[in-house]
Design a binder for this molecule. Sequence first.
Ligand code: AMP
Length: 285
Amino acid sequence: MKIITTPAEMQCRSDAIRRAGKRIAFVPTMGFLHEGHLSLMREGRRRAEVVVASIFVNPTQFGPNEDFGRYPRAFERDCALMQEVPVDIVFAPAPEAMYPAGAQTWVEVAEITKGLCGAHRPGHFRGVTTVVAKLFNIVKPHYAIFGEKDFQQLRAIQRMVKDLNFDLEIVPMPTVRESDGLALSSRNAYLSAAERERALSLSRALEAARREFAAGARDPRALVRAACAVLSATPEIRLEYIEAVDSESLASIARVERPVVVAIATHVGKTRLIDNAVFTPPPPG
Ligand code: AMP
């Protein structure tokens, strides 16, 4: 497994791989890897001859009062996990290599990033789409693999790829969960045992919404109500938002006629956690 730290060297490598007629699958991450990340890398392994993963805690997607400084980092451990996949190339640049002095260009996806997390984390998605656009230009992948765990991020990146004609395919992958339902997240490392128990209310709330949907509910407010009933049983967590919106446009809907995503963000102690679930109505008739 080769570790590359500069954009120029990565570009040079990717050019050589492409010239050799090989395909590149790319998995961008912020490190502190778990099974969710590894599932994306294994999908990359299935699709392409060369798998590149990046480890970069991207400063521009964190707000001033967010956890950039204390975001968990474990590069050696991450490398050992990636070697098992196996990943071929790890791109791990320093912040100064990605954002040299004088940088002033941003990539911004307008509509899809307005609601949900975008409404509560100003500048977050601009940081995400900018770094992902840069990484695409550096790694030059044929496939880029993203988790549905960060659903709004996935939709923003799909929109960006379409709007800016990036010549690659975005591959979405399902959320990997613990056996009790908790969605894997690097931020779960922040949770105390009591907080971890409280965090289970997110996936349980989504299960309640799923049951409501399976029972025939098609009013998005009914799905939200069912989820809220579960969340309110854990008063220690602070709900940031819960919404049921169109799973493509992330716009509000009056009735579920196409796939709907129920998305939740909460604060459990000092830790911000998100989760979501998509429900698809059966075709009529
Ligand atoms: P992160 O390092 O948290 O920025 O995530 C890097 C990639 O892994 C993103 O595409 C995430 O959506 C994805 N990811 C994070 N958690 C999970 C999970 N539990 N299951 C599947 N993918 C995930």
